[in-house]
Ligand binder design. Structure first.
Ligand SMILES: Cc1cc2nc3c(=O)[nH]c(=O)nc-3n(C[C@H](O)[C@H](O)[C@H](O)COP(=O)(O)OP(=O)(O)OC[C@H]3O[C@@H](n4cnc5c(N)ncnc54)[C@H](O)[C@@H]3O)c2cc1C
Length: 337
């Protein structure tokens, strides 16, 4: 029986905890984190399924695999109902043709098509911008706290344990008895494993009441997006690299609210409920790999940038596969002795 500690109580930490505990029921699996829902980055995020700002070095076919598996989970939750997952039409519009490229995952989502001249003409009129390219498909928008609490419940039902602690490094005393550490600390990896290639991508959003909107619109050139979920509509958003400030900037409120209202003028009638700033764990490549240190197996799973809610389930499958493989290798080594 192995002792496994998952570090990080965000969407990735809980997804990994569920997959590992479901596979290895007799292992002691503990999730250790400094913050829990609703105070993780994922809780405040827009909850849209869309691979976005997740590093240009992560191979697209891998992103596709992680993303498509998560898309299938969201579809299942949507079919079940009660999980605050909405199925929504999504338009990604470009004012310059060269910024549009058909993504590899296009044939794996519902109804993907490149927008034709008539649709572009219509959207240019409707959203008061000159669009020359774009894509449309059906995506999912979730309320992230509901997804995290769904995963947490699944983990606790399997007798998973939760510990509240601030980790300073993988050599901390609290971790000494564990054979396996799964590092899902997002931006926290910058200190915990001194990975200076993970950096903050500051995102400021506004939440507004606009129940008449039920489609996602992203404008590639203005960097604005409109994401209606089951309870409110998220207007975004900035992506300022290496900015750690989590206070609301007035200038960004203006860019977010006025920028989105320029795209959808009816937003001028939407009541602003709140504004929020979060720090995406940016990295030029999602780090999902194993290493061995001090006789422990460590599997890193962090740096999901603006796509944690898009990739979490697929990434958790790969972490589980690495763990199973390493354990098999260990058994082989022992049986050879
Ligand atoms: C404005 C904004 C909008 C976004 N919109 C979307 C979207 O629409 N769709 C999408 O897919 N993604 C979106 N994201 C990105 C998404 O929020 C992240 O990719 C996601 O939160 C990453 O999840 P995670 O579990 O890896 O990290 P986090 O959510 O950051 O969780 C990390 C966990 O590790 C814990 N931790 C960190 N350091 C320590 C430590 N020293 N000791 C103990 N525990 C520690 C934290 O307490 C936390 O529980 C958005 C982000 C922002 C900021």
């Amino acid at each position: 029986m192995y002792k496994v500690a998952i570090l990080g109580g965000g969407v990735n930490g809980f997804a990994n905890a569920v997959k590992i505990k479901e596979k290895f029921r007799d292992f002691e699996v503990v999730l250790i984190s400094k913050d829990f829902s609703p105070y993780t980055t994922g809780d405040g995020s827009g909850g849209l399924w869309y691979p976005y700002l997740c590093g240009d070095k992560t191979p697209e076919r891998i992103l596709m695999r992680w993303g498509c598996e998560t898309y299938r989970l969201l579809h299942k939750l949507w079919l079940e109902g009660g999980h605050n997952v909405s199925l929504v039409p999504m338009y990604y519009l470009h004012q310059r043709k060269e910024t549009y490229r058909r993504p590899m995952w296009a044939s794996h989502v519902f109804g993907y098509h490149e927008l034709g001249p008539k649709e572009l003409q219509y959207f240019s009129k409707r959203y008061s911008s000159q669009y020359v390219a774009g894509e449309m498909f059906t995506s999912f928008v979730s309320r992230p706290p509901t997804i995290i609490s769904y995963l947490e419940k699944r983990f606790l039902e399997l007798n998973g344990k939760i510990i509240h602690a601030d980790i300073t490094s993988l050599s901390d005393d609290i971790l000494k008895d564990y054979d396996v550490l799964i590092n899902c600390t997002g931006l926290g990896a910058r200190t915990i494993v001194a990975d200076k290639t993970v950096y903050p991508i500051r995102g400021q959003i506004a939440r507004v009441k606009a129940p008449w909107l039920c489609e996602v619109v992203m404008d590639n050139d203005r960097e604005n997006y409109i994401l209606p979920n089951a309870d409110f509509c998220v207007l975004g958003g900035t992506h300022q690299e290496n900015d750690y400030n989590t206070h609301v900037y007035i200038v960004d409120s203006d860019m977010v609210i006025n920028g989105c209202t320029d795209i959808i003028p009816s937003l001028k009638n939407a009541e602003v409920l709140s504004e929020w700033v979060g720090l995406r764990p940016g990295r030029n490549e999602v780090r999902l790999e194993a290493e061995e240190r001090d006789n422990k197996l460590i599997i890193h799973n962090y740096g999901h940038g603006g796509s944690g809610l898009t990739l979490f389930w697929g990434c958790a499958t790969d972490v589980l596969a690495i763990l199973e493989d390493k354990l098999k290798q260990k058994v082989k080594k022992i049986s050879k002795l």
